[in-house]
Design a protein. Structure first.
Lengths: 359, 223
């Protein structure tokens, strides 16, 4: 398990607290300049923070209090840089060999296994410039794994390849991780990429970790508004909690919505709330369902967009000051209901899916 | 044809360029990899011989190497020889004079190596020394070769500094450039022409060696 705690005020402000279990993929997400790569460099030993601790499998790599700061050579890390940083004057095989322990330089079996692991068999005599972007990334991964690292670090590994190659590499990384037992940390600013590949995510903003959790938690149950904005949650609104004899309710402009369990909030507390676009249920005009009475709201469709089988519908809610609520339905549902721009529709907001946050 | 002057010139150029190899590598590595207080001043001082008139540089070196100066006096007390008007003094002066020709190509070559390449080597377990010899030096090789050829050719052709520091002592400080000058003054134009052609041929061959090497290398490795 890798544990990282970092604090510094300059040159880049850092206030980081994260962990990654063995065999787990942790995604560091955040906008450009959030400090993602700096955190990775701290773990690798390429940057020494002012204060903090970094330990991996109970070995201390960095401890400012005890003045422990192991060099990158002493840490046993595998790192894949954004531009792969392959040694251009060496062949694929030589690139990998260089990262092997001296005793294993002639271990051709190990080199062959590494090449096979990343689907590079037959390309060992090529130079980096003779390889495609995807192949270069595989060499970088094989070189990183050659050291049998205690932690694998990937710095925006998919940003330098085209979309088609990227999709292929996602699948390869996903199958490769089944064979790996070390913590894997990868930096990305692509939330979809992080949600697809990672077991957990850390949101970084201005060098501070805002939240660590599963992709589901981060995307649909952010701890606070700052996280919600960083992960660009849809349907982020302000409201007020009201306690009645029937339980808690959410007042949203002229609408009153029923809520699920909301223990930490109190009567008349001003809050922010969000709901996943998938949890906003369209009422079918021809065939009403049993759940349609749960927080029913009406509105007018202002935009319809369809991408890969999912139709995103933007609805202006008149009783909520014409605020726009987003609803995602499958394409065939949109077609069956003949949804069109300007059409009046009704929908339900699932009470248990409403997520509340402090303002 | 003054073969003795030819021998002195070749010996001086070879010794100077070989001495500049470690000095140039060290300075170029320092300037390329660390931004420290005074690094701009250091680079400016190294580059100074490029813009300073050779006679001015020669004058300062002559004063600095004189046995009454600190450095010249120290050398005299250690060896019993003076630096001024000696081959050793000439060698020392040539190192200073050709320093920018060695450092600048090496520095430019090292600056083109992405920092991530060096860091990837460290993270692969290579020590800083191994990273230098196995990664950085091979990648900077075209710049290193250019530096060697330039400092060799530049030393071979130097005139002003040689005249100021070394004078014109046959077999000791009399180089081919001085011999050409002497021949012209003595109206021995055939001798001046043959020696000038030799220097021209060496200069042309040196530059062609660098170009050929760099072209053949860029076909294999695109940096």
């Amino acid at each position: 398990m890798l544990k990282v705690k970092l604090q510094q005020s300059h040159p880049i402000a850092l206030d980081v607290d994260l962990y990654c279990n063995n065999g787990e993929i942790l995604a560091l997400v955040g906008p450009s300049g959030a400090g993602k790569s700096t955190v990775l460099r701290c773990i690798a030993g390429l940057h020494s923070p002012k204060q903090g601790q970094i330990s991996c499998s109970n070995h201390e790599w960095f401890n400012s209090a005890n003045k422990i700061d192991l060099t990158p050579q002493q840490r046993r890390i595998g790192i894949v840089f954004q531009n792969y940083a392959l040694f251009p004057h060496l062949t694929v095989k030589q690139n990998i060999c260089l990262a092997l322990d001296k005793s294993e330089h002639t271990n051709t079996q190990k080199i062959d296994n590494l090449l096979a692991q990343v689907n590079l068999t037959g390309l060992e005599q090529r130079y980096p410039e003779q390889l495609s972007g995807g192949q270069q990334q595989r060499v970088a991964i094989a070189r990183a794994l050659a050291r049998e690292p205690d932690v694998l670090l990937l710095d925006e590994p998919f940003s330098a390849v085209d979309k088609v190659t990227r999709r292929k590499l996602y699948l390869e990384l996903n199958s490769l991780r089944q064979q790996l037992r070390m913590p894997i940390i990868f930096v990305t600013h692509d939330l979809d990429e992080a949600a697809m590949l990672a077991d957990s995510m850390v949101v970084l903003h201005h060098g501070k970790t805002l939240q660590q959790g599963s992709p589901q938690q981060i995307m649909y149950q952010p701890d606070n508004v700052a996280v919600a904005k960083q992960v660009d949650v849809r349907n982020l609104f302000e409201g007020q909690i009201v306690m009645t004899e029937e339980g808690h309710q959410l007042h949203w402009h002229d609408l009153v919505l029923e809520l699920g369990d909301i223990e930490p909030f109190h009567h008349q507390q001003a809050i922010c709330w969000t709901i996943s676009p998938a949890k906003v249920i369209l009422h079918q005009r021809v065939r009403p369902s049993r759940g349609e009475q749960e927080n029913p709201i009406a509105g007018q469709i202002v935009e319809i967009l369809t991408l890969r089988g999912i139709t995103t519908i933007l609805v202006a809610v008149s009783k909520a000051n014409n605020l726009i609520i987003q609803m995602d339905v499958s394409e065939h549902v949109a077609q069956r209901n003949s949804l069109q721009k300007g059409q009046q529709i009704t929908m339900s907001i699932i009470a248990s899916a409403i997520h509340l946050m402090n303002r | 044809m003054d073969w003795q002057a030819f021998e002195v010139s070749i010996k001086l150029a070879l010794l100077t360029s070989l001495t500049l190899l470690p000095i140039g590598l060290g300075l170029a590595y320092l300037l390329a990899n660390s931004k420290f207080f005074g690094s701009v001043l250091l680079e400016a001082v190294i580059t100074l011989p490029l813009v300073l008139p050779p006679t001015v540089l020669g004058y300062f070196l002559l004063v600095g190497l004189d046995s009454t100066s600190f450095f010249g006096g120290l050398f005299f007390s250690l060896t019993g020889h003076t630096l001024a008007f000696s081959f050793t003094g000439l060698w020392f002066a040539s190192i200073i004079y050709s320093l920018p020709f060695a450092v600048q190509p090496m520095l430019r070559a090292m600056e083109t190596i992405a920092p991530e390449i060096r860091e990837a080597a460290w993270c692969s377990g290579l020590s800083k020394w191994k990273t230098f010899f196995k990664i950085e030096l091979p990648l900077a090789l075209p710049g290193v070769l250019t530096a060697m050829v330039l400092s060799f050719s530049h030393t071979l052709g130097e005139f002003g500094v040689v005249l100021m520091i070394g004078g014109n002592i046959a077999g000791e400080t009399r180089t081919l450039s001085i011999a050409i000058y002497d021949s012209v003054l003595a109206f021995e134009s055939a001798q001046a022409q043959s020696m000038s052609l030799i220097l021209l041929a060496i200069a042309l061959a040196s530059i062609m060696i660098v170009f050929t090497f760099n072209r053949s290398r860029s076909r294999v490795v695109r940096l």
